[in-house]
Design a protein around this ligand. Sequence first.
Ligand code: AMP
Length: 255
Amino acid sequence: MSSKIRILVPVKRVIDAALKPRINKTNTGVESKGVKFSMNPFCDIAVEEAVKIKEAHKEAVESIHAVSIGPSKAQDILRTALAKGVDTSTLVDVGEQEIEPLQVSKLLKKVVEQKDSNLVILGKQAIDDDSNQTGQMLAGLLGWPQATNASKVVVEGDFVTVTREVDGGAETIRAKLPLIITTDLRLNEPKFVTLPKMMKAKKKPLEIVKPDAYGVTIEERLEILKVEEPPARSAGVKVSSVDELVSKLQELKAL
Ligand code: AMP
């Protein structure tokens, strides 16, 4: 008989993906004052996938728990996750402190143990720091198999088949639970959450804890020296014929 599936979805609060971030005055990061924050898009895909798996395997999936490590305002994205179909949630409140992927992974390991999770679905990367590390490090800390950059997930009993986006194609792998999955863009298209669902989500559990509760000390080991905008692109030139294009390219020594 296959075991019950308890899914954990870690979600990160980041500057809204539709905004163009501006570098702050000290050139040490992006400006966060007066800016809209939302759930990291890859985490949104992870929530959607967890809910899809639960809907398709009602008997097998016991629960979906979401966790966010961040400031008190990260409660907003947990409420969104609850509205999308997550059952329960935890905010690990670290205030305004920046937290590096290894520490995130260490905290997530504690949450996995506490919730007895056997399937963790994370985003492949957070669009603010582009680390692309947390899922991999969590798999290492737990000693679990991992299927990164998933574009398709099929659950069959205790086994999960994952199609991964790899350079120039797709790779399909199979693993037994417990398992770590990280989501790629093509896995699904997250649905918008409706107001009635948002209202109902207010009644769902959202527990707030401090990192000390897990015995994990937050230490910053990296110092950001400088953050720069990409160099501005120089204006292009319009050509009126193929001959002109060829001679321009020759002039630029591109041919
Ligand atoms: P990263 O390794 O920082 O690019 O993040 C990859 C994924 O790890 C994200 O999409 C989340 O699923 C998870 N993650 C990273 N940071 C956090 C955080 N502070 N709280 C919850 N989940 C996180």
